[in-house]
Unconditional design. Structure first.
Lengths: 338, 403
């Protein structure tokens, strides 16, 4: 582990995004990790770059996001970015990674299959502490570092990582493995992964919505990652909606002080006939909206106090398709933060 | 197979809210879907366990707490087993420590003679307790020190589900033995799939009973007659990759654990039996989103296959809209016309239109679910403007559920 610093930013927690090759995206489940990771991959691919988008949870989230057939354990091109950039995707599978690893390093053709038959692969990838995570991060590590004809195969790698609740343990492969394998190649592999994860080439981004639990988890993760010496990138606030009322009107709406007579007159002017019940309901909807906005303001403030730079991404009312992903990617590019 | 029939179906014939007929374009309910009668469910003394399942983030913990609170305030003596409550909700329920001890929730109305205890599951501690209860002190020490046990008890995918089951079994035994509780409400772990709750324990115990484990045990059990050439190759390969120490650790772990296996299996089977019994009711929780409803459908089907008693579906965080008579299109057109001259009214109209369009999207999704599973009684809870983190908002949630 890198030298730790419990309080503030670590040395590598720098705002400069140049030279970052591995972007790890985490956040509370459902806040849009996969979506944002996809948009980030597209954004990074602009300017003719080659980007690999990896997922590790066996959910085929990337395939359904980009509307392609389920991904095998193989790197496939799934989209082109602006300016002829390319996005490739890989669904990393721990069992396949283990067999690949064994084959590569030990040429364990027959014994490898035997291992599988005797449940060793299952054992290694499910219970042996940290081994699964070493395998998953190991594959991502390998892709990040892969070089062909003297230059890196990918300009950047984006990892759609496990959610905030598990991210610390997932990335802290070193400590986990130390408990088990004190020597040997797994141990060595874990050390080189940790070296990459604590270097300037890595950034962990936290996706959140402006809700209490996701924000709390994002902030807790920022602290945890800094303690581990893993550089924190941006807090990506997703699903942001613009308030429909001005700040003053929100105040009035919150206390239900909007004037029904005035609203009635305005509705009439617009050609809508509404009975008092309907107007009362509109006022109630306004109050609930104002309450939401107040909560969001408080959450936004929490995030800003957390010390990591904040980038906001809009809620796209029509849902997420490829076009929407490009829109979010564009938003990321324009933030100047990636 | 269909879920077990119950003597008194918890369905309302007439969907009403507090005696008044439902109004508005949508109160979340589809006209032809049977309503889940929450008060009949918690009022049924024959129901001693309610399990809330669903995919991550849909409101399982909220629903369990809300059901527990309502049941307690209607006279049941309830214990709620929560798994991962939001911090502020936990605090307001008096759950400040993760210590596996059920404690009374402050400020529950005792007028009806009920009570509410709550606890937060400490997975590792539950596992440790099991080991301590079933192994000699010497063996327990060995097990605790083993790195494989440490991993199994703190990070094995499925241990949380397994321990939730274990805890449920313990609470059930305590409830029967002491009469302290007459209803246990169980929250389930935040797994991505609701099915994990049913599958993980089996996965863990079949793993502990598995072929590899038996092979690893063989040398410790005398003549190594299973040790074939292929086994030697396996041992060899493992040693190469992780080092010999690891193999020895595994063997120590497995040998120390051996005597516990039988007990694990037996208890898991016993808890599974309780889950199938009619004293249990499953409540499936979903938000009105495609993923959550798909998971809910899988779960409902699975309960049917297992013959497990399904009470119904709670649709949580449903968008409601009350302003009758103004359609989304009319609202948007009017907002357009008003433009900047009447920003307040225009804003309210846009909000209204947005709600209506979400409402209709949600309705479509729910209708699809209902078409495939017309027999599932459903209750709905509107999305509240703020998070649910105190007893007052839990009461609002449960009142909406029961309406
Ligand atoms: N900016 C956005 N606007 C609208 N919907 C979004 C946005 N981001 C995500 N979503 C939707 O939210 C849901 C959850 O997103 P997903 O990326 O799968 O989250 P996670 O990977 O964190 O579980 C999906 O239905 C997705 O389409
Ligand atoms: N009906 C509701 N209205 C508003 N917020 C809700 C509602 N139900 C749940 N929440 C909020 O959603 C978040 C997740 O709920 P929780 O019960 O913890 O989900 P789960 O246990 O399924 O992961 C919490 O912050 C909770 O306060
Ligand atoms: Mg995802
Ligand atoms: Mg929960």
């Amino acid at each position: 582990m890198a030298p730790s610093d419990n309080s503030g930013r670590t040395a590598v927690d720098a705002p400069d995004a140049r030279g970052v090759r591995l972007h790890i995206v985490t956040g509370k489940g459902g806040t849009g990790k996969t979506t944002v990771a996809g948009a980030l991959a597209l954004a990074l691919a602009s300017g003719g770059k080659r980007v690999l988008l990896c997922e590790v949870e066996g959910r085929q989230g990337v395939a359904s996001l980009f509307d392609v057939a389920p991904l095998p354990y193989e790197e496939r091109r799934i989209a082109v970015g602006p300016d002829r950039g390319e996005v490739f995707a890989l669904a990393v599978d721990a069992e396949a990674a283990l067999l690949e690893y064994l084959d590569m390093f030990y040429r364990l053709g027959r014994a490898g299959r035997l291992l599988d038959r005797f449940g060793v692969v299952d054992f290694a990838t499910t219970i042996a502490p940290g081994v699964r995570d070493v395998l998953l991060t190991g594959k991502v590590f390998e892709a990040t570092r892969r070089v062909e004809r003297g230059r890196p195969v990918y300009d950047a790698v984006v990892l759609d990582a496990p959610p905030t609740g598990r991210i610390g343990r997932f990335l802290n492969v070193n400590t986990e493995v130390v408990g088990v394998a004190k020597v040997g190649p797994i141990r060595k592999q874990a050390s080189s992964i940790m070296q990459l994860l604590t270097s300037r080439q890595t950034r962990v981004h936290l996706v959140t919505s402006l809700e209490e639990m996701p924000v709390q988890e994002a902030l807790d993760s920022v602290t945890e990652l800094r303690r581990m010496g893993v550089p924190v990138g941006n807090v990506l606030v997703n699903l942001v909606r613009e308030p429909e009322l001005s700040a003053d009107d929100l105040q009035l709406a919150a206390s239900r002080s909007l004037d029904p007579a005035h609203i009635e007159a305005a509705l009439k002017e617009a050609g809508v006939s509404a009975d008092p019940d309907a107007i009362a309901s509109l006022v109630e909807e306004g109050q609930q909206h104002a309450e939401r906005v107040q909560l969001e303001v408080a959450q936004r403030q929490h995030l800003e106090e957390g010390g990591a730079p904040v980038v906001e991404l809009p809620y796209l009312a029509d849902g997420i398709d490829l076009g929407a992903l490009y829109e979010l990617a564009d938003e990321l590019c324009r933030s100047g933060r990636i | 197979m269909a879920p077990k029939a119950r003597p008194a179906p918890r369905r309302k014939t007439q969907p009403t809210r507090g005696g008044h007929p439902r109004v508005g374009p949508l109160t979340g309910r589809l006209a032809d879907v049977p309503a889940l009668d929450i008060d009949a469910l918690i009022g049924d003394r024959g129901v001693r366990i309610i399990v809330c399942c669903g995919s991550g983030g849909v409101g399982k913990t909220t629903t369990s707490a809300a059901l527990g609170l309502r049941a307690a305030e209607q006279g049941r003596r309830v214990v709620v087993l929560t798994i991962d409550p939001a911090r502020r909700l936990a605090q307001s329920m008096g759950l400040t420590e993760l210590d596996n001890t059920p404690r009374p929730v402050p400020e529950v109305d005792p007028a009806a003679g009920g009570s509410l205890d709550a606890m937060m599951l400490d997975m590792k501690r539950t596992f440790d307790d099991v080991v301590e209860a079933h192994a000699t002190p010497e063996k327990a020490r060995q097990i605790f020190a083993n790195p494989f046990y440490q991993a199994l008890s703190s990070s094995f995918a499925g241990t949380q589900e397994y321990m939730a089951m274990e805890k449920l079994g313990q609470l059930h035994a305590e409830a029967l033995g002491t009469g302290r509780w007459d209803l246990i409400v169980v929250d389930t772990p935040p797994s991505r799939s609701a099915l994990d709750f049913l599958d993980a324990p089996e996965r863990l115990s079949s793993f502990l009973d598995g072929r590899l484990i038996r092979i690893l045990l063989a040398p410790a059990k005398g003549p190594a007659r299973f040790l074939s050439a292929s086994m030697a190759a396996v041992t060899n390969a493992v040693t190469k990759v992780v080092g010999g120490q690891v193999l020895r650790d595994v063997q120590t772990f497995v040998a120390a654990f051996d005597t516990l296996f039988g007990g694990f299996r037996a208890r898991a089977e016993e808890t599974y039996r309780i889950l199938k019994d009619n004293q249990t009711a499953f409540v499936v929780v979903a938000s009105p989103e495609a993923d959550a409803l798909r998971e809910a459908a899988f779960f409902v089907e699975r309960l049917g296959e297992e013959g497990m008693p399904l009470a119904g579906l709670v649709l949580n965080r449903v968008t409601t809209s009350a302003a009758p008579g103004i359609s989304a299109r009319a609202a948007l057109a009017a907002a357009e016309r008003l433009g900047d001259t009447e920003p307040v009214t225009a804003g309210l109209l846009r909000l209204h239109a947005d709600r209506l369009s979400r409402t209709s999207r949600e309705q479509t999704l729910c209708r699809r679910f209902a078409t495939a599973h017309p027999e599932v009684p459903t209750a709905t809870v509107p999305a509240l403007a703020s998070d649910v983190h105190d007893l007052e908002s839990l009461r609002r949630v449960s009142a909406a559920m029961a309406a």
